[in-house]
Each structure stands twice: as C-alpha cells, then as structure tokens.
Design a protein around this ligand. Structure first.
Ligand SMILES: NC(=O)c1ccc[n+]([C@@H]2O[C@H](COP(=O)([O-])OP(=O)(O)OC[C@H]3O[C@@H](n4cnc5c(N)ncnc54)[C@H](O)[C@@H]3O)[C@@H](O)[C@H]2O)c1
Length: 265
C-alpha cells in the first residue's frame, strides 16, 4: 500500500461529496479533503457560502445547492460528482439541524422537520451515493451525535433521529459490503460551530456542558473532520458498520466524582 498519508495526497484522485458543506463540520471535512488531494462536491441548502468556498478552495471544489430531504435534489446534487469529476468514491453525510421542545408541547411539524432532515436526509444521500459506488466500491461516513446514546431535555426528535442514523449506518454497511462499500458513523459531542452558538455563546449553559466533558472544552470542527476522513481512508479498509464516539469523554461522565465528594482526591 502506498504510504502517502502524511504528504497531503492521501485522497489524491478520489472524488467525494460532502453534505452540509457550507458550515461547521461539513466545511471542515470539505476543506481537509481538498488539502489531501480529493475533488469535492459540497452540497448544502445554502448556496452563497458554497460560492465563497469555491473561490477559496479552487477548481477541485464544486458547490451544489440542494435540500437533502428532497430526493430529486439529492439525486441531482450527488450526480454532479460524476458529471464534473467522472466518479464518486467517498461520501460524508453531515447536514443537520433540529427543532425541539418538551414532548408535552412539541409540535408535530417540529418532529417531522427534524426527523426528515436528520434521518431521511441520510437515507436519501446514502441511497444515491451508493448507487454511484456499486461498480467500484467506496466509503460513506454519516455524522450522528453523542445524542444517539445520550438523551437531552427538549431534544426528543433530534436524539431519536440521530439514534436512527447510527442504526441506519449499520444496516447500510450490512447491505453494501458485497459491493465493496464501507459505511461508518461518527458521533460528535459538543463542537464549536454555528449550530450550537446558543450554547457556546451563553456562559451558564456552556459551563453546564463543560462540567460533563472530561476534556473540558468543545471540539473544533477539524477535530471531527479528522476522524471522518480516517474512516473513509484506506487505513480503515476493514472497518464497516462501526460507530466512533468523538466527544472528549462526555459519554463516560454521567456519574458523580465519588473521590471528590468523599474527599479522597
Ligand atoms: N455542533 C455540534 O455540537 C454537533 C454535535 C453533534 C452532532 N452534530 C451534527 O453535525 C452535523 C453538522 O453540524 P454543524 O455543527 O457543523 O452545524 P452547522 O449549522 O455549522 O452546519 C450544518 C450545515 O447543514 C446545512 N443544512 C441544514 N439543513 C439542510 C438541508 N435540508 N439540506 C442541505 N443542507 C442543510 C446548513 O445549511 C449548514 O451549512 C449535523 O448533522 C449535526 O447534527 C453537531
């Protein structure tokens, strides 16, 4: 196997699509892929930021505006990879957002919005990405959340959707292995992006979050992009159907620090 991991050419000649590419984790994934030699179609519902990124990232980046909950738009946007770059090797399904509220008051429309985006969006993207990969194999990485394992007050549609993303990834891995397509899931904890500006920008809330993160800080978007790229790389060639928690240890911390309370340490 060629040892090109550290010279910026790990993904040279590969073609990738990234959803949610206009911001946060998706933008970090797209930027890293370009830096490591891939050609990238960045898909987002927000076209303006994609145009700006195309100016910054050069000819190997193409933006495609699409809503990941609309199948015809997903099919067309994913198809841009083949039209512009001749193939599709890698896919990163990152797009996401949420509407929430307490179950006693939650509107049906907020439930539908969130489940559609978080869950159906990943299904539609995986379906159309995999259709371009069945002949020559490929790798798909879906971004779920710590909330696939950890519930959140007012977050029932989001946590349900993200738990579904994780299990969907396992099912997709099972079905697509025969075509040489690997499917894995990354579960981020708190990541410093516009999505969580309401947390990172409000001190009392941020303090509450940080108390639960043993590493004591949010991740940068790049710290999520890096494991996403690893799972898509040849170094992960025998890994499929896996879930990688990238949460600074948050999932481990739901237990009081007994030593601190009893005065031992
Ligand atoms: N930031 C966090 O703390 C965190 C933690 C765990 C999981 N996540 C997940 O990571 C993913 C990326 O989140 P982020 O923090 O980078 O958020 P972000 O808001 O910075 O970026 C999300 C992007 O998705 C796009 N998008 C939203 N709806 C879309 C649609 N219908 N079709 C196409 N694009 C759409 C947005 O326009 C935006 O550019 C999401 O799936 C999110 O649930 C984020």
């Amino acid at each position: 196997m060629a040892d090109n991991t550290f010279d910026g050419s790990r993904f040279a000649g590969k073609v990738a699509v990234v959803t949610g590419a206009a911001s946060g984790i998706g933008a970090a994934v797209a930027t890293r892929l370009i830096g490591e030699g891939a050609s990238v179609v960045g898909i987002d519902i927000t076209g303006e930021a994609l145009d700006r990124m195309a100016g910054e990232l050069g000819d190997r980046f193409v933006g495609a505006t699409a809503d990941v909950t609309v199948e015809s738009e997903v099919a067309a946007a994913v198809g841009v990879a083949v039209e512009r770059f001749g193939a599709l090797d890698l896919a990163f399904n990152v797009a996401g957002a949420a509407r929430g509220g307490k179950i006693l008051d939650l509107e049906e429309s907020d439930w539908d919005f969130t489940i559609d985006l978080v869950q159906k969006g990943v299904f539609l993207c995986t379906k159309h990405e995999a259709r371009h990969m069945v002949e020559r194999g490929g790798a798909i990485v879906n971004v779920a959340s710590l909330n696939a394992h950890v519930p959140m007050h007012g977050g029932s549609p989001y946590v349900t959707g993200k738990a579904g993303v994780e299990m969907f990834g396992k099912n997709a891995a099972l079905e697509l292995a025969a075509h040489g397509i690997r499917v894995n899931t990354v579960l981020p904890g708190l990541v410093d992006t516009p999505l969580v500006a309401g947390v990172t920008g409000y001190e009392p809330l941020l303090t509450g979050f940080l108390e639960r993160i043993p590493m004591g800080r949010p991740a940068t978007p790049d710290e999520i992009a890096a494991p996403c790229l690893y799972l898509a790389s040849d170094d992960a060639g025998y890994i499929t159907g896996s879930s990688l928690m990238v949460d600074g240890g948050w999932e481990l911390s739901n237990y009081p620090d007994i030593m601190k309370i009893v005065g031992g340490a």
